[in-house]
Design a protein around this ligand. Structure first.
Ligand code: CO
Length: 221
């Protein structure tokens, strides 16, 4: 008996059920994918893209890393963005952070976790950039929540600055980037007002998103 038997049984049950509901589902999907969305999210096991969006296989292209960071020298993330924008022609890119993110918390507190600390330096940079704003937040729990949001806002800006997005917009391609933050406690996404559909929209969206960020209390739902 393998410890993985349960997973394999789950897989067979799932595939059987999908086929019962839609006998041509896998045959159709095996020929091509045409997702309209790219999800860039945290690797956290509690933040699964398809389930949160209520989407089937084939409907969302996914890139996940610790703390949903977009780094200009990260070939992994940039390749996912380039392929999904240039080849798949996704129309919306969702950068989805989440409240209670352990990576964001570690970067805020300076907690040492190992090699990953080097990756989380990128979030530490966001923390430093917005130190004045974060210092005004009334307690650590809310400061953590604000940093989760600020991290998303900065990653949207990073993505918009990439050559992939700049070139797509220059040739008139319709593709927008959105900043969201997911709540583990109620399963709902909060929009951060960081929606960018062209290079000229980046700075106004950035300023709007920061201006609408609460200093005290939770974000309006
Ligand atoms: Co996380």
């Amino acid at each position: 008996m393998s410890e993985l038997d349960d997973l394999l049984r789950n897989n067979r049950d799932w595939a059987d059920k999908v086929c019962q509901d839609d006998p041509s589902f896998f045959e159709r999907l095996s020929k091509q994918q045409s997702p309209r969305y790219l999800w860039i999210g945290c690797s956290d096991s509690r933040v699964p893209a398809n389930q949160i969006l209520g989407l089937d296989p084939g409907e969302v292209f996914v890139h996940r890393n610790v703390a949903n960071v977009v780094v200009h020298s990260d070939l992994n993330c940039l390749s996912a963005v380039q392929f999904s924008v240039d080849v798949l022609k996704v129309e919306h890119i969702l950068i989805v952070g989440h409240y209670g993110c352990g990576g964001v918390h570690a970067s805020m507190t300076g907690m040492r976790l190992g090699l990953v600390d080097n990756w989380l330096r990128h979030v530490g940079d966001v923390c430093g950039k917005h130190a004045d704003r974060l210092a005004k937040v009334e307690n650590d729990a809310l400061r953590h929540a604000r940093l989760c949001e600020l991290n998303v806002i900065e990653q949207v800006a990073n993505l918009c600055h990439t050559t992939v997005m700049q070139d797509a917009w220059a040739r008139g391609q319709k593709v927008a980037v959105h900043g969201w933050c997911y709540s583990l406690s109620d399963g709902r996404v909060r929009e951060l007002g960081m929606d960018v559909a062209g290079p000229e929209q980046l700075q106004p969206a950035y300023e709007r998103a920061l201006a609408s960020m609460p200093v005290a209390g939770k974000r309006d739902e």
